[in-house]
Design a protein around this ligand. Sequence first.
Ligand code: ATP
Ligand code: MG
Length: 225
Amino acid sequence: MSTEPKNKPLTLALSKGRIFEETLPLLAEAGVHVTENPETSRKLILPTSSPDLRLIIVRASDVPTYVQYGAADLGIAGKDVLDEHVADHPGGLYQPIDLNIARCRLCVAVPKGFDYQDAVQQGSRLRVATKYVQAAREHFAEKGVHVDLIKLYGSMELAPLVGLADAIVDLVSSGGTLKANNLEAVEEITQISSRLIVNKAALKTRGERLQPLIDAFARAAAQRD
Ligand code: ATP
Ligand code: MG
């Protein structure tokens, strides 16, 4: 990092897929256009129409790490990812804006026909598979439900179908994936959307360049509501 010139462009970290797609219109509102498509380009650093802004494409759960360490000045990440990151790295990131994009819900889901409420009332110990261990632990502790959490990195829907878990904690938007796997959401833990995050040191040292971009994101996000 120290080898990079001080006047290098501002760097925005984001993941491809829905966050990238839904960020494009916000950038356009700020007058910034992106010509390369990360789905087809193999480039991990994408230029923009602004010489002072470049994008880096990383995994959704790696976005907070790039921003925390200052490899990116700013980033866009889901509240799901941020909550898990912040539990391990408290206080590292400035989170100025809820961009209201990539909205979904973090839910408990079970196979159709499994009586979740009854299991909870009986005080049964539940096996729950999830990528969102922190959020799940907090949720079930608050409810006083005894759980064994099994950490997975993806395709949580599979776990109850093959006997790995009784329930899952996963993101739901349309519910289509749950339905296709004969599962149903039985409890909403929290609403999720993506947030702008900013490296705290960068805000001090490069604030004059960063603040207009942060303001433009804030205006664009407000217009969407
Ligand atoms: P990876 O596939 O790299 O492990 P991921 O599966 O978490 O990461 P995505 O599926 O692209 O990556 O999700 C990125 C972010 O988009 C999530 O962190 C979440 O905030 C949001 N998201 C995930 N699923 C949905 C959904 N069904 N609807 C709306 N937003 C979603
Ligand atoms: Mg994915």
